[in-house]
Design a protein. Structure first.
Length: 118
């Protein structure tokens, strides 16, 4: 593989990982891509490699930020869920409380019977 072929492959790689705005992606045409390629061909290979590295660093930071924001959202949702009173939870708690009161009454009744007869 010649140096020119390597350079072309690096240019293609850079254009794949280059961070672009949504509008730029929508308006992308073959002419724009070819224009970018011809502008990059003028640069030394080391610059193209540095561009690739910078683009990948940006993508990694964006991904890390996205994961951090997702984690914060999940924590906030969990916090909101535990702090809000859900009517179905309130009904469940009332049902549970009623069951406990009934069980407590049964236990007291058994205690009275045991004291009375034993």
């Amino acid at each position: 593989m010649s140096l020119e072929e390597v350079k072309n492959q690096l240019i293609d790689l850079y254009l794949c990982v280059k961070v672009r705005k949504s509008d730029d992606i929508k308006n992308m045409t073959p002419e724009i891509i070819n224009n970018e390629k011809s502008n990059l061909k003028i640069l030394p290979i080391t610059d193209i490699i540095n561009y690739i590295q910078s683009s990948i660093d940006i993508l990694v930071e964006m991904k890390a930020l996205e994961k951090f924001e997702e984690k914060l959202e999940k924590e906030e949702e969990a916090k909101n869920y535990t702090n809000k009173e859900d009517p179905s939870d309130a009904n469940g708690l009332k049902l549970y409380e009623g069951m406990l009161i009934k069980a407590e009454g049964n236990i007291r009744g058994h205690i009275r019977v045991r004291k009375k007869y034993f």
